[in-house]
Design a protein around this ligand. Sequence first.
Ligand SMILES: O=C(O)CCC(=O)C(=O)O
Ligand SMILES: [Fe+2]
Length: 323
Amino acid sequence: MGSDSKQVSKIPKIDLSGLHPSVAGGERWEAAKAEVAAALFSHGCFEAYFPSSSDELREAMFGSALPEMFALPLETKRRLKSDDVYHGYIGQIPHMAYESIAFDDPVSPTAVEEFTKLMWPEGNSSFCKTVEAFAKALHELVEIVQMMIVESLGVEKHYDSLVSSTTYAVRLSEYGVPLNQDTKIALDPHKDPNLVTVVCQSKIDGLEVQTFDGDWVNVDPSPNSLTVMVGQAFQAWSNMRVRAPYHRVRVLGKEKRFSAIFFSRPSHNSMVKSPEELGDEDHPLLFKPFSYTEFVKFLYSEEGRKAKNPFNAYFRIGNEEAA
Ligand SMILES: O=C(O)CCC(=O)C(=O)O
Ligand SMILES: [Fe+2]
């Protein structure tokens, strides 16, 4: 594939419009659930048609909120500190035209406000309202997807314990023109460590996913769609029934690209434990309960970065097929 070409998407597209996590069940829910389960089993991802993230909201996010925030002075953006690896402000990485900011609990009543105050002590209510609305819409989508996965695996009774030990976060990113103009890769291939990720792209797309057959494909977003992906913590929790796909970002043109991600992850100090029902004689449970915090620390440690397959290296299952 030439560096300027894009492959036609093979990522399943699923209509989740009008569905809500508080009214699970019914014919439409069951039909969509079957599609979500099939897509996640075969691809680890899908393109969700979910119009609550409307044109207007996208325009407010990518036309104003994100460009305004990334235009702030570096020392302002660096005010956001985090003890978590790969959280807080990231940028000024050699060989990468990339900056991102991630903060927790965007659906709590005060978190976006506090973050806004940190960036703009004088206030910026349009930024705050936009990011709150974005988080609210995508939170519903993540809840729908998590609920559908758990139901499809037949382990509904573990849903409450999964959700009570889950936190949510937002990552806002800005990509410049990739320094490597041969590959045009702006973010290297990786699997997300968390539970479920939803990616919202600006008009300038670039997210590519590797199918389990090994082909890199463009996710082909529409103005009303979002990309849903499974992360490695869900892969482990589900005893490998759903698997996290590799993905990367390529920016082909010369314009800045923005993206906004909403994701779920196991909360601090909680232990991730696969439901016993997901193991049987033919498929024994592969993972002992693990701390997500320790897992992420390992992923970004020297040993984790060097490992060909950090997931396997962490869990020491030594089974290439399982990844
Ligand atoms: O910007 C995107 O489209 C995806 C970024 C991504 O994969 C990540 O931040 O983990
Ligand atoms: Fe990612």
